[in-house]
Design a protein around this ligand. Structure first.
Ligand SMILES: Cc1cc2nc3c(=O)[nH]c(=O)nc-3n(C[C@H](O)[C@H](O)[C@H](O)COP(=O)(O)OP(=O)(O)OC[C@H]3O[C@@H](n4cnc5c(N)ncnc54)[C@H](O)[C@@H]3O)c2cc1C
Length: 205
């Protein structure tokens, strides 16, 4: 699809209509879409030392925030390096948040019942992404395999449809997808422009 993926590269700057990489490579362009940089919220009262990379809170194997008592963090906002499969922390994905949520509920129950606590271990069920009309990619961990094209696309549709909460949602979503597929009509249209009137009123200078 004429997309060049540059792995193990770090974009450092955008100057003089060129993206500059850490290794010195430059790509001249007048259009840059910057999509990296999801960071967590900073909460007052939580010590600076509890925050790690991307302002994520360091947590132990039970998701308790380091340096605090009775404070827990799960999902995107947590940085847990105790899981042997993820020594640099887990990826910020929905599955991690869901599994940590369930695990923390079990941890609280075990605490109440005075039972031994189990450390959190992430079970990677794979990742998939839609990359075009009728095209997707999927990496499955067990058995390890990579799928692409329409098979991966159908799998993406099935997985996302099945995870919706009730039959009404599933049917209405399937209907909307079918309409969008056949009409090629994009429902997402965002036009953003500065509201000059409001800006001038707030800052006449
Ligand atoms: C554009 C985009 C695409 C993504 N695509 C995928 C994908 O395809 N697959 C995937 O697995 N993951 C994807 N993710 C990541 C996924 O959305 C997150 O990993 C997941 O939502 C994390 O869940 P969470 O519960 O930790 O945080 P969130 O889902 O962000 O929930 C946090 C909630 O806390 C609320 N909140 C924040 N501050 C406060 C406050 N002070 N008081 C009360 N409430 C507060 C927020 O409003 C929010 O509702 C995507 C993320 C983005 C941004």
């Amino acid at each position: 699809m004429n997309v060049i993926v540059k792995l193990n590269k770090r974009a450092k700057d955008y100057v003089d209509d060129a993206v500059v990489f850490a290794d010195g490579e430059k790509i001249p362009t007048k259009l840059l879409i910057w999509t990296a940089g999801v960071t967590s919220k900073v909460f007052q009262g939580i010590p600076k030392e509890s925050y790690g990379r991307g302002r994520r809170l360091f947590v132990n194997e039970h998701n308790a925030v380091q340096g605090l008592t009775d404070v827990y963090a799960i999902g995107d906002t947590s940085l847990q390096t105790t899981d042997p499969g993820f020594p640099n922390g887990h990826p910020q994905l929905a599955q991690v948040a869901i599994q940590q949520g369930k695990h923390l509920a079990d941890t609280f129950k075990a605490m109440a019942d005075k039972k031994p606590l189990k450390p959190f271990i992430y079970h990677d069920r794979g990742s998939m992404a839609i990359i075009g009309r009728g095209k997707a990619v999927a990496d499955l961990p067990k058995p390890e395999m990579h799928l692409h094209g329409s098979l991966a696309w159908l799998m993406w549709l099935a997985v996302h449809l099945l995870s919706l909460v009730n039959v009404e949602n599933k049917v209405s979503t399937l209907f909307r997808w079918a309409v969008a597929f056949f009409t090629k009509d994009q429902s997402l249209r965002l036009i953003l422009k500065p509201d000059n009137e409001k800006r001038n009123a707030n800052n006449p200078i």
